[in-house]
Design a protein. Structure first.
Length: 430
């Protein structure tokens, strides 16, 4: 095993603290970078806050983040880190710190991965102070943290190997966003805005294939829906709607060495589900109300903070009692899934209860649903099911790539595996 020279953060980088306050945020402007934005080496800016120009000047007086800077949390989300990408205009939020490497001796992307490595994460763990409200690491001690320092050219190569895997994962993520946006746009046009019917009523030129264009009604009824379509209940589009169950936790034979995927309501947030965190045994399945649901089922979380979350299963699995599973008829999978995603807020608002807000199986079954003609549903399924199949394929590929990255990360950082062998493994996985 190769041993690299030992150094400290302070010898190869500067560390800056963020402000200890929160400005008033606005809808547009420079990004106020919170710790929730940290996402395994990258920034997730899907839900960000912004600051005024005046506050931006104040919050960047100490340090203004630049491309290649490393940002991390020193309270609560310890161990989380990300790199500032090109073109991002932002300021540090509370509990955030920034590292600016001396690039003549420390490659910033190498350090990003080193930060995520088991040996550096262990330093964070050992230096963590457990508080009554939050855990933290003393920022004054952080510059003395140790790191092993390969030659700069090897740092570049290691960063490139691991970065190529992350780049492919990110490409899959962006591709999936596009694919889902396409499916949602088609759903909205056909079943929310009634685009083809309204275009016919306005005498506009067809924008779909002639045989498909003919399937859409040419007028709206008194309820403002395409003529011949009806308002029904969700169960009319399904073969079955069922809740799951939880085998007794006290019986080890229900859980130990289980190979049956068992989904919990919190995991529904993943939206596309090809694997589960927990598994049960056949004995556990037979002695509980858990039951198999097929791939292509739509799952809806029923309880508490997750009530109304919607997911699509990619494989056969079981669920807990906090999930209702909708087994669609042959042509209903994509339509039900997108209908429930579109109706998520409306569904969640129907939750009741004093201690926590819950949905019920009966409420799911009777949820008001637009039911188009079977021929329209068939055509919609043909157009969208391939998009969802591609999304799930990309997610599965990203999972494999992430596993390879997490396998190589500690081995490369410790010198346990050669760069040549690591490059071969990445080549084979591409």
């Amino acid at each position: 095993m190769k041993k690299w020279p030992l150094s400290t953060i302070s010898a190869v980088a500067d560390v800056f603290d963020g402000p200890h306050a929160t400005p008033k945020t606005i809808d547009h402007g420079a990004i106020f970078l919170g710790i929730d934005s940290l996402d395994h080496g990258r920034l997730n800016l899907s839900s960000t806050r912004h600051v005024t120009n005046e506050d931006f000047k104040k919050w960047t007086k100490r340090i203004k983040p630049e491309a290649g800077d490393i940002v991390f949390s020193y309270e609560t989300r310890l161990g989380e880190v990300a790199i500032i990408p090109e073109g991002l205009v932002c300021c540090l939020g509370r509990r955030m710190a920034l590292i600016r490497t001396d690039r003549s001796v420390l490659n910033e992307k190498f350090f990003l991965y080193y930060f995520m490595s088991p040996q550096f994460q262990e330093q964070i763990r050992k230096n963590t102070i457990n508080g009554a409200t939050v855990d933290r690491i003393p920022l004054k001690d952080f510059p003395s943290f140790k790191l092993e320092l390969p030659p700069l050219d090897e740092q570049h190569t290691i960063a490139s190997i691991l970065g190529s895997l992350d780049d492919k994962i990110d490409l899959n993520r962006r591709t999936n966003e596009t694919l889902e946006a396409m499916a949602r746009a088609l759903f909205r046009d056909w079943f929310v805005d009634f685009g083809p019917t309204r275009a016919k009523m306005a005498g506009e030129a067809p924008y779909l294939a002639p045989e498909l264009w003919e399937l859409f009604p040419d007028r709206l009824n008194d309820e403002g829906k395409p003529e011949g379509w009806k308002i029904g209940e969700l169960h009319e589009l399904t073969i079955n709607i069922c809740n799951g169950g939880t085998p007794k936790r006290t019986k080890s034979s229900y859980w130990e060495n289980g190979d049956i995927p068992w989904l919990t309501s919190g995991e529904v947030r993943k939206q596309y589900i090809s694997e589960t965190e927990n598994h049960i045994t056949n004995e556990g399945l037979e002695n509980s109300s858990a039951k198999w649901i097929p791939a292509g089922s739509i799952v809806i979380a029923l309880y508490g903070a997750t009530a109304g979350e919607v997911g699509l299963t990619a494989t056969k699995m079981t669920t807990n009692q906090a999930i209702s599973s909708l087994i669609p008829k042959g042509i209903g999978k994509s339509y039900i899934f997108l209908h429930m995603l579109h109706s998520k807020v409306n569904l969640a608002n129907k939750a009741t209860g004093s201690a926590q807000q819950n949905l019920s199986k009966n409420l799911i079954e009777t949820f008001e649903t637009l039911i188009p003609s079977e021929k329209i549903l068939y055509e919609f399924e043909n157009k969208t099911s391939l998009l969802f199949d591609r999304i799930i394929k990309n997610l599965d590929e990203s999972h494999i790539l992430a596993q390879l990255r997490d396998l190589l990360l500690p081995k490369l950082m410790s010198g346990e595996i050669s760069i040549r062998d690591a490059e071969k493994m990445v080549e084979d996985a591409a």
